[in-house]
Ligand binder design. Structure first.
Ligand code: S3P
Length: 450
């Protein structure tokens, strides 16, 4: 078991990136965050023991592991990235002692709220200052329809929030107000404990790891198209989920950082191995290729319901593009790093339909624009669009305010690897939420971080 997770980061730790020689080498970034959360939660809902390999041992996921333990599952680390979960079965969570602290993680918190909503227990959910600021009403709305009750919450349904799960959960049909895998997953998890069918309708398809992994554990999940880009997902309630091994592929959202560094630092060529290529996660690669990026998939293979590939990435001259709003769900976490690509590109890039970025770990739309501006890049926000005027190089030299947001931290550091002057982030500690070992992995490729 790794050291207890630091839920707060009282001492800020600045980090600086500066231009160095070409990046070379082959690396595997840590396991996918979305699948890692789900492997722990769904493993806890099985009857029996699930072995997980390649689990992301970042703070967000470790907090979900702590929560599963508090709710009665046995969660043990058996080696590097190797974990064992002994589940309590659907509806079998026990009353936790003390509150469940999810630190910085919206995914862990919201999915577990869904899973708790179908159990006759009361639990208090809390997190760090960033998570306390994020909207939870989007989860509270459907789970109260299922029969859960909010006993206590901060203004607007924010954390800390005490939830009484439903004694007799009711199956519902729910149309998500925004394309969100977290909302969809919370409803499907609550629906597992209800008799009959629970259905989620989304107008734009969001990442489908919950559907795939629930099926892997033996649940009956049906997926049908809905409108032009949407889906209708139905789960059959009260299944007995059976344990099944989970192999977690490398996280495409983490691979995005060394990928961009290699594209931007002159003369680079790197290999990224085992990167998950679920089409609902690859919007960044599609966009970068439109910008002229040389990203080649070498081998493609499939494991436990998810495809992955090794990618070769070579330095490329990028050009500005127009990124349609419909692509946002497939690259929702990648806009800060795409904005860095846009800053180094020739011409203007317009990223459309980014309203959801305002409610991520920070107001990511504002934080991304600020990150660029303090480094001499011209960027504007027009309604929900981000517009970046690239001119082929970035002056740099700025101090970036990271607002407790891991993706802003790593994006800013990638910018500093290719900008004229070094770039400093005010607090690199939040990298640990999703990408432990980021600095050493980047240094192993030749990056200069100090
Ligand atoms: C996630 C869904 C996305 C994403 C987050 C992980 C998930 O959030 O931003 O990092 O694992 O379900 P939304 O569902 O709120 O868009």
């Amino acid at each position: 078991m790794p050291a207890e997770v630091a839920l707060n980061h009282p001492v800020s730790s600045p980090l600086t990136a500066r231009r160095a020689g070409p990046l070379t080498g082959s690396v595997r970034v840590p396991g996918d965050k979305s699948i890692s959360h789900r492997a722990l939660i769904f493993g806890a809902l099985t009857v029996g023991e699930t072995g997980i390999s390649g689990l992301l041992e970042g703070e967000d996921v470790l907090n979900t592991g702590h929560a599963m333990r508090a709710l009665g599952a046995l969660v043990e680390r058996t080696g590097e990235g190797a974990w064992r979960v002994h589940g309590v079965g659907v509806g079998g969570f026990r009353q936790p002692q003390g509150m469940l602290d999810f630190g910085n993680s919206g995914t862990g918190c919201r999915l577990v709220m869904g899973a708790v909503a179908g159990c006759p227990i009361t639990a208090t959910f809390d997190g760090d200052a960033s998570l306390r600021n994020r909207p939870m009403q989007r989860i509270v709305d459907p789970i109260t329809q299922i029969g859960a009750r909010v006993i206590n919450a901060n203004e607007g349904g924010r954390l800390p929030l005490t939830l009484a799960g439903a004694r007799d959960p009711i199956p519902i049909v729910y149309r998500t107000p925004v394309p969100s895998a977290q909302i969809k997953s919370a409803v499907l998890l609550a629906g597992l404990a209800a008799p009959g069918e629970t259905t989620v309708i989304e107008s734009e398809a969001s990442r489908d790891h919950t559907e795939r992994l629930l099926t892997h554990f033996g649940a009956t999940v049906t997926v049908a198209p809905e409108g032009e880009h949407g889906r209708k997902i139905t789960v059959q309630g009260e299944p007995e989920l059976a344990p099944a091994p989970v192999v977690v592929p490398a996280d495409p959202s983490s691979a995005a950082f060394p990928m961009l560094a290699a594209l931007l630092v002159p003369g680079s060529e790197i290999i990224l191995t085992d990167v998950m290529t679920n089409p609902l996660r690859t919007g960044l690669i599609t966009t970068l290729r439109e910008m002229g990026a040389d990203i080649e998939a070498l081998t493609i293979r499939s494991d436990v319901g998810e495809e992955m590939a090794d990618f070769r990435v070579r330095t490329s001259a990028l050009r500005g593009v127009d990124v349609p709003a419909a692509r946002a769900p497939s690259m929702i976490d990648e806009y800060p790093i795409l904005a860095i690509a846009a800053a180094f590109a020739e011409g203007t890039t317009r990223m459309r339909g980014l309203k959801e970025l305002r409610v991520k770990e920070s107001d990511r739309l504002a934080a991304t624009a600020d990150m660029l501006r303090v480094n001499g890049v011209t960027a504007e926000i027009e309604a929900d669009d981000l517009i970046v005027h690239g001119c082929g190089n970035v002056p740099g030299g700025g101090l970036v305010a990271t607002h407790m947001d891991h993706r802003i931290v790593m994006s800013a550091l990638v910018m500093g690897l290719a900008s004229d002057k070094p770039v400093t982030v005010d607090d690199a500690a939040f990298i640990a939420t999703s990408f432990p070992g980021f600095a050493s992995l980047m240094r192993s490729l030749g990056a200069d971080l100090y």
